[in-house]
Design a protein around this ligand. Sequence first.
Ligand SMILES: Cc1cc2nc3c(=O)[nH]c(=O)nc-3n(C[C@H](O)[C@H](O)[C@H](O)COP(=O)(O)OP(=O)(O)OC[C@H]3O[C@@H](n4cnc5c(N)ncnc54)[C@H](O)[C@@H]3O)c2cc1C
Length: 385
Amino acid sequence: MRIVLAGGGVIALLTAVECVSAGHEVVIADQADIPFSGATSFDRHRVLRALHRDDLATTAAAVSAHHAWIDLEQVLATSFYEQVGALTAVAARQAPAAQELLIAAGSKAEVFGADDLAAEFPHAGFAPGTGAVFEAHAGVLLADRVLAACAGWLRWHAHAELHPHRKVIGVDAGRAEVRLADGEVLKGDAVLLAAGPWSRDLLAPELSRELVLHRQTMLYCDVPPADAAAWAATPAITSLGTPGGAWLVPPVAGTPLKLSAASACRVVDEVGGGVAPSWWREHLIDTFAALIPGFRRDWLVDTRDCHYLARRSTLGPMLAVLGDRVLSYAACGGSSFKFAPLIARSLAARLTGAAPVTTGLEPLDRPLVRASGIHPTRPALRGVS
Ligand SMILES: Cc1cc2nc3c(=O)[nH]c(=O)nc-3n(C[C@H](O)[C@H](O)[C@H](O)COP(=O)(O)OP(=O)(O)OC[C@H]3O[C@@H](n4cnc5c(N)ncnc54)[C@H](O)[C@@H]3O)c2cc1C
């Protein structure tokens, strides 16, 4: 089969790797470079942690994702997964349940009391009095390296065509074809739209209204040499236990320390550039100056804003079945990168008609949006004349 993919982020690239590995042909069109430094997936790191509180299926899926990334390092012959583990702040009374959940899902977990945390990670800035759960099957994915590895693997594969700087402006779901801005039409046996935060531009209003755009600011820092060894031995910290939802990614594999917080995330109307507005930069500087001992603004080496969509009703991703083997996958913030190998397997199976893959993830196992009753047959999507 010939699969046409719109987008060159982690979702489209890993789905393309799956399809090609199963013997199919892929054609990937991105509006910019492949990979594109402005894509949501293109960052120094993304975190993989398994713990999803009170949710065994999703926690187990994340443990599967951990193993899938290790397998992918073999397939793509590149190393991009730093298995430094993850620490998540939890109240002391909830820690045993979180530990049991992780162990039931196949991970290894350890509980840290507030005193243990203060002794082991005095530099990290946990909220006073909080405890944490450490999980071993977790860590940091070097996101930009993942994209480069996928694109490099595909570029030299006889069954893959990469078309950078070819913007998709419309999709005919009935014919499984996409129209490019230069007028060319790419016809496939199946189509995947994986346009990240730009997904709404390609969807009919009934679907695009379902998706809410978010923008989040991040700080990148060089830690002082005296603290470097302590930071190098620090896991990803997905919650410092603060009311503003502060989190950090340690400086692994030569990357800077990354700092952000849920409080630096806001709903916006349009995808803007990656430049962090000064108000949001200052908000994060103030947040971390109050948390990390010795933190100073001259640690800062960079700032960046990234965008993501979330389904209005679930705050998660949205899989839309637009036609027979024509799908749109709008990834979400927080977890779509780590789950990308599972998402890609599931999407590839749907696109190629292979036996369904059970991932344990909503909405992959049960797409929440179906074409019937939502889309007109043709033109199915905005931009088709
Ligand atoms: C601040 C932040 C932190 C995050 N942290 C984590 C984390 O720790 N763990 C985790 O698992 N997830 C995390 N996520 C979520 C994750 O990064 C995203 O869900 C994922 O990277 C989205 O991948 P994608 O391929 O769908 O989109 P993208 O990476 O944005 O790729 C979409 C591609 O489509 C292209 N495109 C768009 N429109 C068109 C068009 N019309 N024609 C052709 N091409 C087009 C773009 O140029 C782009 O290359 C985070 C997200 C944010 C914003």
